[in-house]
Design a protein around this ligand. Sequence first.
Ligand SMILES: [Zn+2]
Length: 269
Amino acid sequence: MVNHLGMAKLNRKKVKVKIFLFSLFLLPLYLLFFTFFQSSATELGNNELPPLNAHPLPPTLVQWQDATNSGDYFSQVKPTKVGYLVWSDFPVKVYVERPLEPIGISAAQLRFQQWVEAVLQAVQEWSVYLPLLVVEEREKADIVILHQSPPLKVSFNHDTGELQLPRARTAETSYQIYLRQQTNTAPELYHRCNILLSPDLSARNIQAAARHEVGHGLGIWGHSPLEADTMYFSQVRNPPPISHRDVNTLKRVYEQSTRLGWLVPELSH
Ligand SMILES: [Zn+2]
């Protein structure tokens, strides 16, 4: 028995030594990966980013005067780390996904076409207040609107230890920040928006949902507490058109400062 135990101990030691050697062997690889990832990203501190500055108000919003003095819900719009998410290069380019096949062959394609028309209508409604241009190429767009349901995000409940499936959502808007190289000078900090809009909505709800999501895409990253506004946080039975309060809020957003649309001087050389 003693002998057996001794053998077991010896084996364990061997295993430990082996693991140690294996780790040593891999160490240069870890270091290689570490340096690779280190060199592939440059961390920009707040003082290396473009300073927060307001852009000139687009003429469409300069002209906007609300004679009814309806107020706004600007206090509900929160700035991000780069300031307010405003566009500074007009017209803002919008891409709307379209059916690949010729239109009108199947019921599904007809519904897709109805979806396209409802979305274009919503884009048209906002273009009264900010210059928007519908483009054919997705790569050139600032705002991309896709005929797609937002993915269901499964979350883990730590208390019950169970996975939770949320209710299906009809739309989702997200944004990304990137460096846009327009000329030979320094690149500028810019953003891009992605809107996923469910194909399974009635024509009227598509237009209302698109109107709401495009409102986010144009810079209203917050919700109104009033049902009469397009940016009300929930879907309503009779979706309202863009309200005075929506436009008043949009105008206030565009008066704010942002790091977007300004050159990043550190990266000019
Ligand atoms: Zn919303």
